[in-house]
Design a protein around this ligand. Structure first.
Ligand code: S3P
Length: 437
């Protein structure tokens, strides 16, 4: 009989403390993938040992790359992208959209065929937007009605392209840039808005000449050099406890050494506009990224209309922002966020249904949501197997009027394996159980 993991979250009077957040998921993926492209040994500290990264690591192992992982210290040992071996089985990326999409860019220049697959969530996500520019560069790619499995036959003669992204997507931008490293000529990428720039930063740190003006330009071919990398702590994972502190911590929560890359922290600007009591301390550069300590305290949040320019800068934090909005006084409106429909679940629909379930009035729109702040009653919520939806509703339980249970929570292990322990350390009343269905 199949079983489902459930996490119960009960109201608490106060939470406080200092917590360590795991390594950044996006940057950990890039350390694996760029390290695999380089010939030699690349090391990285602070690696996220979560299911998405492990799936990507296993896919790269099938291409002949070797890894050593001691706690959070990663070593990538590779003969370089030119010496990848044809995989003898399907490459299973599990739940990892980043793993699949960036690997498509890399495999575009590998002169053999590979089949990329994943779990039921990944099998429902759009891949044509990635396949299209890579085909223009010379790769042969077949998707299944626009989704995985993806069959890709690379070409050793890729050519540069000038490409205007239809959406501000870091995964799409990165796939093209990684393919451009093996192509002949100047590749240019423009985007309708800003998206996270970890790929560009890591490429520079690994010896690549890349111009990151409004149009990103990279003259190929270029060879990535094996390097020593630092992976900062994940702001997206920290965001759950930032909001937890704002709704439930009189004494405050300190979250040290978190990545505060400008392309990632749109949530802080939105929360500031909502009246959040938060401080960014000790900001400094480590390797190619900025880190800082974040301190938050209980605040009287008020609803806001979120500027659409902040959407791509807070894309993975919008589910937990919706919980902050539910606890705020007044109405919060987020529009221009249709990309949320293509994440690990349709996050607009999943969040709207969950909020409804716990008694928060909201209106789902094609590209956004309107949330009317008010009491959270408690109840039972389906996370639809989406880690960020699951963690958002667990945090929502802190000051709910009754117990809140979230089911389908196993996916939390993809990005934040010790989430429950971290929550308990702050005094949240959360517990896991397994039910057979
Ligand atoms: C990611 C980019 C974002 C984000 C995803 C990770 C990345 O997606 O939602 O979780 O690592 O590049 P987009 O490609 O839509 O920006």
């Amino acid at each position: 009989m199949p079983s489902k993991e459930i996490i119960d979250s009960s109201p608490v009077s106060d939470i406080s403390g200092t917590i360590d957040i795991p390594g950044d998921k996006s940057i950990s993926h890039r350390a694996l993938l760029l390290g695999a492209m380089a010939e030699g040994e690349t090391t990285a500290n602070g690696f996220l040992n979560g299911e998405d990264c492990i799936a990507t690591m296993e896919a790269l192992t099938c291409l002949g790359v070797r890894f050593e992982l001691k706690d959070t210290d990663l070593k990538v040992i590779s003969r370089g992208i030119k010496n990848f071996i044809p995989p003898r089985k399907e490459l299973d990326l599990g739940n990892s959209g980043t793993g699949m999409r960036l690997l498509m860019g890399i495999l575009s220049s590998a002169p053999f065929s590979s089949k990329l697959t994943g779990d039921s969530s990944l099998l429902s996500r759009p891949m044509e937007r990635i396949a299209k520019p890579l085909r223009m560069m010379g790769a042969r790619i077949k998707t299944s009605n626009g989704r995985p499995p993806v069959e890709i036959t690379g070409s050793s003669k890729l050519k540069a392209i000038s490409y205007s992204l239809p959406v501000s997507s870091a995964q799409l931008k990165s796939a093209i840039l990684l393919a451009s490293l093996s192509s002949e000529g100047l590749t240019k990428v423009t985007s309708p808005g800003i998206s996270r720039d970890h790929t560009e930063r890591m490429l520079k740190a690994m010896g690549i000449k890349i111009d990151c003006s409004d149009t990103i330009s990279l003259l190929g071919p270029q060879k990535i050099k094996p390097s020593k990398l630092n992976i900062p702590r994940d702001f997206s994972s920290a965001s759950f406890f930032i909001v937890a502190g704002l709704i439930g911590s009189e004494r405050g929560i300190l979250i040290p050494k978190v990545n505060v890359n400008d392309t990632r922290i749109g949530l802080l600007e939105i929360l500031n506009n909502m009246g959040a009591n938060l401080q960014i301390l000790n900001k400094k550069k480590i390797g190619s990224e900025y880190i800082a300590d974040i301190f938050v305290r209980k605040s009287n949040l008020k609803g806001v209309k979120v500027d659409s320019s902040l959407v791509s800068l807070s894309i993975d934090e919008l589910p937990i922002l919706f919980i902050a909005a539910a606890y705020a006084k007044g109405v919060t409106e987020v529009m221009g966020a249709s990309e949320l429909r293509y994440k690990e679940s349709d996050r607009l629909s999943a969040m709207s249904r969950g909020l409804e379930e716990v008694g928060v009035r909201n209106e789902e729109r094609q590209d956004g949501i309107i949330i009317y702040g008010g009491p959270i009653k408690g109840g039972t919520v389906n996370s639809f197997g989406d880690h960020r939806v699951a963690m958002s509703f667990i945090i929502a339980g802190i000051k709910a009027e009754g117990n809140l249970s979230v089911y389908n929570t196993k996916s939390i292990d993809t990005s934040f394996p010790n989430f429950v322990d971290t929550a308990c350390r702050l005094g949240l009343k959360v517990g896991k159980r397994v039910s057979s269905i």
